[in-house]
Ligand binder design. Structure first.
Ligand SMILES: [Zn+2]
Length: 278
């Protein structure tokens, strides 16, 4: 197996990255690992013990038990403390020199993963901008997909809890979204222009075939998805870490719907999404 080609989805929570990741994996040309790096390198996330996309607990899952990786609680605590969006301006390279164990664990995870994956293209949807910067400083050369969704729809999604995902009030969501946008801008500054693209969730829902084709051209891999007769898509089970709990329902024959988006633009759409055409 060749070295891993990492595709990193960056963006705010509930922008549809779980569904998007599942569809990329449905092409058969890449492996959707969900929020793998965050799950294995952040103690808080690790302690949540969120189920795999196959429904099993990670240690018992047929895929992750084969990968059999443990970064160690020492590494997870260290990374969890340092790799935060509030440290987005930090040069993690200097920090990593003082803590070489992190780099060796990162290398080990990628090696173990490459032995267990059927494709060398791995899609990670950790979304966190600080984690993106951290991965770049670790030596990963990710293809970055900046995924956005209409802000008023994101706010509506956060107003409801979903199994293990808690809800968030509107003020906090707006503040967090604006802060994330700023951190994404900082993290993406170091990414070469040909290594980053921007995807709107609504464009993907409207035409998943063409958005996946765009991603395929971007990463230089043959990715195709085709619509079944009843307008649905065949989405196989993914061994994705964390992410939206709806991942457990988004398998088999999946029909995409635009949802209950309001036709009128809200103030949040203008302020937070205006630059994306919302
Ligand atoms: Zn699994």
């Amino acid at each position: 197996m060749n070295e891993i080609k990492l595709v990193y989805i960056v963006g705010y929570g509930r922008v549809g990255s779980t569904l998007f990741g599942n569809f990329l994996a449905a092409t058969g040309g890449c492996v959707n690992v969900g929020e793998m790096y965050k799950c294995f390198f952040d103690e808080d996330m690790y302690q949540k013990s969120l189920p795999c996309g196959c429904g099993d607990d990670l240690p018992r899952c047929s895929f992750w038990s084969k990968v059999d990786f443990d970064a160690s609680s020492e590494v997870r605590r260290e990374v969890g403390r340092k790799v935060r969006n509030r440290h987005i301006f930090r040069n993690f390279k200097t920090y990593l020199k003082n803590f070489p164990k992190i780099k060796s664990r990162f290398k080990e995870l990628n090696e173990r993963l490459s032995k267990c994956c059927e494709s060398n293209v791995v899609v990670d949807s950790s979304k966190n901008p600080a984690f993106l910067k951290f991965l770049v400083d670790l030596g990963a050369e990710p293809y970055v997909i900046h995924l956005v969704r209409r802000p008023s729809d994101v706010i509506r999604s956060w107003s409801k809890s979903k199994r293990y995902l808690k809800k968030k009030n509107i003020i906090k969501t707006i503040f967090d979204m604006a802060y994330y946008e700023y951190c994404i801008k900082v993290a993406c500054k170091e990414i070469a222009r040909h290594k980053k693209i921007f995807v709107k969730y609504e464009d993907f829902i409207e035409s998943p075939e063409s958005e996946i084709e765009r991603v395929a051209k971007f990463i230089g891999e043959p990715l195709f998805i085709s619509r079944l007769e009843d307008d649905s898509f065949d989405v196989p089970l993914s061994h994705s870490c964390a992410g939206n709990p709806s991942k457990l329902d988004q398998v088999g024959r999946v029909t995409l719907s635009k949802g209950k988006s309001c036709s009128r633009r809200s103030l949040s759409d203008v302020l937070l999404g205006g630059k994306y055409g919302y």
